[in-house]
Structures are given as structure tokens and as C-alpha cells.
Ligand binder design. Structure first.
Ligand code: UD2
Ligand code: MN
Length: 286
């Protein structure tokens, strides 16, 4: 059976553990929006990525295993740019990782938080990940010292986003890019399932973190930097008028509604070269 060199080494029993800090990390990244780039070119750039967007460092055993969950609908251009930047970054960080795009089927109201619950389930079915990153498709990290691993407390990684002039808009902000270990995720009962449309769901999750007796951890301001690709608001994701009432009631709802009560139906699962696409029917507002 034919195997390439890296694949052979991976089966070699004395492969050393990767160093605690990767020597490949280099700091700030210049993020520009490469409009001419095709998905085929991005695939060619990332030869070492395995089917479904999985990767393990070839010459050492990764210390950390991270799944990236992307809530998604109709953002192909953003996804291509995201993949172009995220794969090389995660490889420089010497992680064992997988990229999961959770694509909401149909034209009903978008539900970012419910897609996160689905993504968590589906990713954990494949592998016991140490850490799960919940990641907007339009946020591109601008520094590879922003390591995609979990902390002792739930992490809000996108502390400084260009859209907010690289300043954290408010102290309990948890939107954009967040990361939880499976046990932290279970402790907050996952994400809420009933935020349909834009907004509020991130604040609900932040409240869950506090109610579960944890804090929000963040990288340093000069490291947790992200560029949000400019976009208009999407059809099917208009601001949720109920969001203020809902976030005021998280204390009453978080135990009842969460990852364990997420109902969905997988319509298809496809292993693309740079990501696993899971298209799901998550229903709609009743
Ligand atoms: C902010 C938050 C975001 C979320 C949102 C409110 C930051 C940096 N971002 O982003 O995390 O809390 O407010 O819901 O704080 N998406 C699709 N297709 C759609 C709609 C959304 O793929 O039709 C996905 C996509 O991954 C996108 C994410 O949902 O990045 C958030 O939606 P957004 O980018 O429209 O929201 P935005 O930029 O106001
Ligand atoms: Mn956005």
C-alpha cells in the first residue's frame, strides 16, 4: 500500500511530542482580502490537510486537539478566505485540528447558537476533542500567537476586532470567536437554541458562563486581533426583536434549554478537502 513520508512517520511509534510552544509561530499576520483566489488554489496551498479539513503535525504528536465549528449559510466567499488564512495558522501552531462547517438548510431565520450546539455534537461524534472553537466565518485572526487551544475558563478569543476599532466593545462580550473545553461546554449547558435572527445569543452564552461559576478568559489585546471581512446584513438574519427580553431571562432558561435539548436532522455530510460540511435542518421559530 502506498503511503507518503509524513503518513509513514505518523505510524512510527517513537514520534516525539510537539514542543509546548511551537517554533513555527511568528506573530502578526497581514490580512488582505484576496479576491482573485479560487477555492482550488486554496486547496493546493494546503497539501498536508486531510480530507474533511483534518490535520496532524507530521513530525511530532500534537499536544492539543481542537475542533473549529463555523455557523454557516451562504457565505462561500468568506469561507474561502477563512480557509486560506486559518489552515496555515493552525499548522504553524502544531495542532491536531478539524474544521466543521455547519450549514443551515432552508431560508428560515438564521440561528447561530443552535448551529453551535449541532456542531459540538457532530464534532464530538468523530473525535474526543480537547477544545472546541466556535468561530464566525468572517473573522480572520491577525496574529498567530493567538493560540487555538482552550483555557481554564471559557475563552473569548476575538478581544480586538477591526469593526470595533480593535477595542473590546463591552466587558461581557462573547461574540465572534469563543472556545470551550467539552467539560466547560457541558457546565454551561451549551448554547441556547431559541435565538432566531441576529443578536443576543452571544450575551446569553456569557451569562451562562457566569451562572455556571466561571469567568471569561481572553488573550492579550495586541494578540487577539481579528479582521472582520466587510459585509452587509444577510437575508434571513434580521435583528431578533425578542433578544432583550430573552437575555434578561437567561437565569430562568439556561438549565432547561441547551446542548442536551438540541433537536436537528442532518441532511448531508460531505468531506471536502479543506472542511467537513454538515448541512442540517434545525427547524424554525414555532
Ligand atoms: C456579531 C458577532 C457574532 C454574533 C452576531 C449576532 C462579533 C465580532 N460578532 O457579528 O458572533 O454574535 O453579532 O448574531 O462580535 N452567518 C452566516 N450566514 C448568514 C448569517 C450569519 O453564515 O446568513 C454566520 C457567519 O459565520 C457569520 C456569523 O453567522 O460570521 C455571525 O453573523 P454576522 O456576521 O452577520 O453578525 P455580526 O457581524 O454582526
Ligand atoms: Mn460578521
Amino acid at each position: 500500500r502506498h503511503m507518503n513520508f509524513a503518513a509513514t512517520l505518523r505510524h512510527f511509534p517513537v514520534l516525539p511530542s510537539c514542543p509546548k510552544t511551537s517554533p513555527l509561530i511568528s506573530g502578526p499576520i497581514d490580512v488582505t482580502v484576496p479576491l482573485e483566489l479560487s477555492l482550488e488554489e486554496v486547496e493546493k496551498e494546503n497539501n498536508f490537510v486531510e480530507l474533511g479539513g483534518r490535520y496532524r503535525p507530521p513530525y511530532c504528536v500534537a499536544r492539543y486537539r481542537t475542533a473549529i465549528i463555523i455557523p454557516f449559510r451562504n457565505r462561500d466567499l468568506h469561507l474561502k478566505i477563512f480557509l486560506h488564512y486559518i489552515h496555515p495558522l493552525l499548522q504553524r501552531q502544531q495542532l491536531n485540528y478539524g474544521i466543521y462547517v455547519i450549514n443551515q438548510a432552508g431560508n428560515y431565520s438564521f440561528n447561530r447558537a443552535k448551529l453551535m450546539n449541532v456542531g459540538f455534537w457532530e464534532a464530538m461524534l468523530e473525535e474526543t476533542w480537547d477544545c472546541v472553537f466556535f468561530h464566525d466565518v468572517d473573522l480572520i485572526p491577525e496574529d498567530d500567537r493567538n493560540i487555538y487551544i482552550c483555557d481554564d475558563n471559557p475563552k473569548h478569543a476575538s478581544i480586538a476586532v477591526n469593526k470595533f476599532n480593535y477595542i473590546l466593545p463591552y466587558s461581557t462580550c462573547f461574540g465572534g470567536v469563543s472556545a470551550l473545553t467539552p467539560s466547560q461546554f457541558y457546565r454551561i449547558n451549551g448554547f441556547p437554541n431559541n435565538y432566531w435572527g441576529w443578536g443576543g445569543e452571544d450575551d446569553d452564552v456569557a451569562t451562562r458562563v457566569f451562572l455556571a461559576g466561571m469567568k471569561i478568559s481572553r488573550p492579550a489585546q495586541h494578540i487577539g486581533r481579528y479582521k472582520m471581512i466587510k459585509h452587509q446584513s444577510d437575508l434571513g438574519n434580521t435583528p431578533n426583536p425578542k433578544r432583550f427580553d430573552m437575555i434578561a431571562k437567561t437565569k430562568q432558561t439556561w438549565m432547561k434549554d441547551g446542548w442536551s435539548t438540541t433537536e436537528y436532522k442532518v441532511i448531508s455530510k460531505e468531506y471536502h478537502p479543506l472542511y467537513t460540511n454538515i448541512t442540517v435542518n434545525i427547524g424554525t421559530i414555532d
